[in-house]
Design a protein around this ligand. Structure first.
Ligand code: NAD
Length: 287
């Protein structure tokens, strides 16, 4: 989709981090923006800031793990702006109990897969038929992660690998249906956001930090450091705009991680164990 000016973008998880970076980049292109997010305070602040910069923006309360809530966000976007052209299924969470994969509590699986995977499924099902029916062109961007392309990363990695597979299916089905709706999957490594505070949006009360074993705390602190010096979310937003304009499917925001993807593929092809190679910038937690 080359011409973005005046078009309407819906961004789930748009109140913070990568979603807000996308929203700002869309607004800079003259798009109207709908911030669909579960967190009221930051959602209101994001809408006010976009408005202060001259953008047309609204906020909509939305829990992406609830199908009806995603459909209601679509209806609110239509009520406000009449059309939707770009949908970013971006809301996501990381966290839960640090445990081997056989010990992850059921509620962690429900939360992480409910938001990260089913949130994207609900977004696709609520918006894609509308984008096709409108006939004005459109684009869907699903936020996965570098974890969606590498060897296992617990419940989070499972959810993100599934988002990559889901997005590839979406791309193929859109192509073979002959629509003028495109699709991309966003796979960033570290980005400077509030992802390490994801428990703030967990439906149950947050897990006390003293339940975290010391070894897991060391790992968590290391990841927090990588995130703190990660990419600026606005850079990610600009790369997403570029991918929509030029119809790029895989959005790899961190070129220095390409060797880790290559290593993963070679592990598979050459029958090696699933050991992740460190990226060229070295920002990888070693167990
Ligand atoms: N930050 C990184 O390094 C990184 C790397 C790869 C992928 N990602 C992915 O980027 C996406 C955005 O995360 P971020 O890093 O900007 O974190 P963030 O915590 O700053 O932003 C996430 C946003 O999603 C919202 N959200 C959480 N649960 C929700 C729900 N159930 N319904 C609706 N909104 C909900 C939050 O309120 C928040 O505004 C996620 O899918 C995440 O997995 C992040």
């Amino acid at each position: 989709m080359k011409d973005l000016k005046g078009r309407v973008a819906v961004v789930t998880g748009g109140a913070s981090g990568i979603g807000l970076g996308m929203a700002r980049s869309f607004a800079a292109e003259g798009m109207k923006v709908v911030i669909a997010d579960i967190e009221a305070g930051p959602r209101d602040e994001a809408v006010a800031a976009l408005g202060a910069d001259g953008a047309e923006a609204i906020g909509v309360e939305c829990d992406v793990s609830n199908r009806a809530s995603v459909e209601a966000a679509r209806d609110a976007a239509l009520a406000a702006f009449g059309k939707v052209h770009v949908v970013c299924n971006n809301a996501g969470v990381a966290g839960g109990t640090p445990a081997p994969i056989w010990g992850c509590p059921a509620e962690d699986w429900d939360w992480v897969l409910g938001v990260n995977l089913m949130g994207v499924v609900y977004g696709i099902q609520a918006f894609v038929p509308l984008l096709i029916e409108q006939g004005e062109g459109g684009h869907v961007v699903n936020t996965a992660s570098m974890a969606g392309l590498l060897e296992g990363a617990g419940t989070y990695g499972v959810s993100k690998q599934a988002v990559v597979a889901l997005s590839e299916s979406l791309w193929r089905d859109l192509k073979t249906s002959g629509t003028n709706v495109g699709a991309s999957v966003l796979c960033p490594a570290w980005v400077r956001t509030r992802i390490m505070e994801s428990e703030r949006n967990r439906p149950e009360s947050p897990r006390p930090t003293d339940e975290i074993p010391p070894e897991a705390q060391v790992m968590r602190d290391m990841v927090r450091g990588f995130i703190e010096r990660g990419l600026d979310p606005d850079d990610v937003g600009r790369q997403v705009v570029d991918a929509i304009r030029n119809e790029h499917f895989y959005i790899l925001t961190h070129p220095k991680w390409k060797n880790t993807i290559r290593n993963r593929m070679e592990n598979i092809l050459e029958g090696r164990d699933p050991v992740t190679a460190a990226p060229e910038d070295g920002d990888f937690p070693v167990r």
